[in-house]
Design a protein around this ligand. Sequence first.
Ligand code: PMT
Length: 399
Amino acid sequence: MFDQKRIVLGVTGGIAAYKAVALTSKLTQAGATVKVIMTNGAQQFVTPLSFQAVSKQPVYLDTFKEVSASHIQHIELADWADAFVVAPATANIIGKYANGIADDMLSTTLLATEAPIYIAPAMNVHMYQHQAVQANLKTLSERGCQIIEPDVGYLAEGYVGKGRLAEPEAIFNYLADAFKRRSLLQGKKVLISAGPTKEKIDPVRFFTNHSSGKMGYALAEAAAKLGAMVTLISGPVQLDTPKDVKRIDVTSAEEMYQAMLAHYHDQDIVIKSAAVADYRPVKTYDQKLKKQPGMLQIELERTRDILKELGKQKEQQYLVGFAAETDQIKEYGKAKLIEKNLDAIVINDISLPGAGFGTDTNEVHLITKTGMEEKIALTSKQAIAEQLLHFIIKEIGVD
Ligand code: PMT
């Protein structure tokens, strides 16, 4: 699990700092490269030399001590990390990070990284239970940090309570599990469509829909985080491309058809979350249509059903469609599952508040060809994406 993994370990000022030396040693022996950042507090308990000796890497102490004029160390470290662990994490670093304070090497690097973050708190039981610390931990957890719970045990203060840093072995196992989960789609190719399509009428007008692309982009990001090679075919949206995702922009349903088919043959998982126009104008105009008295009639023709075509050409791909429904959602969803030869369909009831188009949240029903039915209650599109991918992973048997 740790072979060639790049781990930044932040060590803060607590009596448990000595355990971080053992953790560094275990991770290094398992094949990881560990770069340690120590706060001033940590240096009161353990010397940088201890970490340098076990990690065989330089230890970072000061944001402003740049060794090379062409490198900014805290940004380089932040970008370099596959995982960022803070162990032990004092109430101080937890509070600083939760509130976006960056006033030393560790806190600046933490704010700059996009790597997954693991926080292992260690402090007195009363400090740990304090509302401020609990609120900060909740904030960090909601932002996606993983909290490695402290143990209940004999504290340095001479009494028993919850606050003792988890043992190096337990932190090591936690990280090993996390790396395993993050590589579940390693080597797999995933093709996702997202966003709306725009069907041109003239140089200034078009038909489109309310899709923001958030659901599809969340899926692409989650798949990339699981190690997949992700290609995202995107309609016109105002979203940044997720990290490690290859994005191909299209505008019309026909362009999306061409792009999906061109990338389809060697994919392992294909998810069609785009809201594709069912109709487009029969005639488009190169000049702006001038206002005329009376009615304007625009004749529409059917676009090609991309998903149905993918279903026809399906070989090894696990093919997932989305359905936006307002009533009899399961019946209509199941009909699409069969009609388009899908392996699974994700149905969103777009009549529910907080679900469907444009929202940051969604609520969906997943129905598979094998008969599995699962409801994912209202939650963020990121959480929906992660859960959907884990269902798919179970279905294709790489769990
Ligand atoms: O983008 P967001 O704002 O986050 O919103 C997310 C979403 C509501 C758009 C998404 O969750 C969703 O439901 N996408 C599918 C919407 C839709 O077009 O549903 P449908 O029932 O009309 O189509 C069923 C399936 O056929 C879809 O997978 C669609 O991509 C596909 N289709 C439809 C028409 C067509 N010409 N070609 C297709 O491939």
